[in-house]
Write a protein of this length. Sequence first.
Length: 422
Amino acid sequence: MRGISPVSDPAEAELIVVNTCAFVGDAVAESVDVIGELSEYKQNGRCNTLAVCGCLPARFRTAGRAGTGGVDLWLRPAPAKKVVERILGAASSSRNRAGRAAGAPPARANSLSAGAAYLKVADGCSRRCSFCLIPRLRGPLRSRAIGELVREAEQLAAMGVKEIVLVAQDLASWGQDIPGRPGLWRLLDGLAGVDGVRWIRMMYLFPRRPPLRLLGLFERHENILPYFDVPLQHADARVLRRMRRGGGPAAHEKFIRAIRERVPGAVIRTTFMVGFPGEDERAFGTLMKFVERVRFERMGAFVFSPEEGTDAAGLSGGIDLALARERLGMLMELQAGIALEYHRSLVGGVIDVLVESAGRGRSTGRAWNQAPEVDGETVIEGRAEAGEIVKARVTGCGPYHLEVVPVESTGRGRRRRAPEGR
Ligand code: SF4
């Protein structure tokens, strides 16, 4: 960003920008805590300006209403250019106050670990799930153009990024709001041609009318990971209707079958919500049986939170929180066994691993089948270089981690090839 250079220690920062999430109560609490912690640097560090953007300002008109203090800029969601201008204005007055100029900036900062970066391809959502505040907080879907995204991917590759993680609130709908309504596969076709990008990972594929044309991409491009993050939320037809998710359990299962048939070795991740109003014993039993039958390699789950301003907050048939938490425990226990069984099937084989943090005799990273921040980690015995992709033999595992020993580094070349370990 013009006139700004990032620092890794907030005590060194003159301007601190907090990009917040606020779509459920836990996220609000976490955002407020982080702002509170960072505001201390105005007293104990070099910080002159603390800016907050993202969903928290969208949900609460003022910092005071959100329960945060010490904030100088409270930025409601707006086109990125406008937000950047306001931040640059704040940065410039921050520099003036400090009486010195910031150094030359990099073109694009990276908030993920070595070798990987998120690429935000769209913002907002035009769906209307009854439990979700995001359409109200972020507005309707706004996709970024292919050319702009390909240029950003090229920039990231030039910085040494090997894995690009595509994110949006509703990735499957990318392109539906721009002329010609290009499908997501068009964007993937463009990004797959960027030299140096070894892994492209898709996050948040909404399951209603799933883009089946995506399944043909894996034959054409070896650097698109056969990793499908499909948040299903539930498996009971009545609960799904009340959630306004569309589709239904039969359609969901059909999509999963199509992935498994057409993309051998695919890894499927999903997310479920328990304790939604109307989730009686029978509905919860349906969910448990579905999980047992489908056997997702990866799964996350959380308890329904009635957020003010959502339709779901006013629904009848609320579930006691203690019961919802008990159900969450049962579901996660079932999944832990399934995840362990999957990991055990990999032991003895070779898998591609991105090294995220290198240590003397032990490093950590992620295998291609582990998405950042949600799928656990891979422990690498022996020397490895952060930011490189290595081939490694799987020697052990738990439900949420793999243990590997490198057999060969594959990260220096810029060639693309299918990930090992499918
Ligand atoms: S698709 Fe996702 S972001 Fe959009 S309304 Fe539903 S849960 Fe919210």
